[in-house]
Write a new protein. Structure first.
Length: 251
C-alpha cells in the first residue's frame, strides 16, 4: 500500500524540519511525501531544496489561493493508494503511524481511518497540554457537534476522486465540510484506531480569535445547508460541549 502524506506550509522554517523528519522515520516502506509551499519568504523553500534528498520528500513552492487550495494541489499530485495530511507544525507521535494506517485499511471495504491527537505548547513540544480522543464514529454524530481530528484522517484516493477535495469557498471550515461530506453524506465506511498518531503544536488560525471561531461555526452551518440538511438549535452548544469532553487539559 502506497501512502501519500501531504504537508502544506508557508513561512514554516522554524518547525517544518520536525515534520519532515517524522515522515522520513516512518517504518512503512512505501511512502510518498509532498510538501506544498506557498511561496514562503522566511527561507522555508531554501531549506526544502537543501533537505529534500536527505529526507526523501518532493516539494513545490509557488503562490496559492490559501490553505485549502494548497491541500488540493497536494491531492492532485498524490500517486498513493491512500492520502493523508501532516501540518508543517506537527509531527507523528511514533515511527509506526503509517504502518498502522496500512493495517487499518488492509480491508478493501474500509475507505478511511482516523485516530487520536495530542496538542503541545508551541515553544515546548515535549509538554502536552490537550488531548483529543476521537472515539468511534456513529451516523449523525456531526449533527451533535462531533468530528474526528483531521490531521489523523487517511482515506483512499478513490474517495477524493469520487467525492472531491476541499471546498475553497470555506476559509476556516473546509476540513470540517470535507469530513462531513465523507462521513455523513457519502457514508464512507471508516474505522477509528485508538492510538496517538499526531502531535500538534497549538496555534491554528481557526482558534486564534473569537472572530475566527465564530466564522468557523457559520461555515459549519453553511455546510449543512450545502448538502441539504439543517442543524438543530442545540448544535452550537453540543459542538462546544463535545469539544470540552474531547479535550483533556493538563497543567
Amino acid at each position: 500500500m502506497k501512502i501519500t502524506v501531504i504537508t502544506v506550509c508557508r513561512n514554516a522554517a522554524a518547525t517544518i524540519r520536525d515534520c519532515l523528519e517524522s515522515v522520513a522515520a516512518q517504518t512503512h516502506d512505501d511512502v510518498e511525501h509532498w510538501v506544498i509551499d506557498g511561496a514562503s519568504t522566511d527561507g522555508t523553500a531554501e531549506h526544502l531544496a537543501e533537505w529534500r534528498d536527505e529526507l526523501g520528500f518532493r516539494f513545490v513552492s509557488e503562490r496559492d489561493a490559501g490553505l485549502y487550495d494548497a491541500m488540493n494541489k497536494g491531492i492532485e499530485r498524490a500517486t498513493g493508494d491512500v492520502i493523508g495530511f501532516l501540518n508543517a507544525d506537527d509531527f507523528y507521535a511514533t515511527d509506526t503511524v503509517l504502518a498502522e494506517v496500512a493495517v487499518a485499511l488492509a480491508d478493501p471495504g474500509i475507505a478511511g481511518c482516523y485516530a487520536d491527537l495530542r496538542y503541545v505548547k508551541q515553544d515546548d513540544p515535549g509538554r502536552v497540554v490537550r488531548e483529543w480522543r476521537a472515539g468511534e464514529f456513529e451516523p449523525g454524530a456531526f449533527f451533535r457537534g462531533w468530528m474526528p481530528p483531521h490531521p489523523t484522517f487517511y482515506a483512499r484516493r478513490e474517495a477524493y476522486e469520487q467525492w472531491g477535495g476541499f471546498d475553497t469557498q470555506y476559509r476556516f471550515g473546509a476540513d470540517w465540510e470535507l469530513l462531513f461530506r465523507f462521513f455523513e453524506v457519502a457514508k464512507l465506511p471508516v474505522v477509528h484506531v485508538p492510538r496517538w498518531w499526531v502531535t500538534m503544536r497549538l496555534g491554528g488560525e481557526t482558534n486564534r480569535s473569537v472572530r475566527n471561531m465564530l466564522a468557523n461555526h457559520r461555515e459549519c452551518l453553511r455546510a449543512f445547508r450545502k448538502h441539504g440538511y439543517r442543524a438543530g438549535w442545540a448544535f452550537p452548544f453540543q459542538k462546544y460541549a463535545h469539544r470540552l469532553r474531547q479535550f483533556r487539559w493538563r497543567r
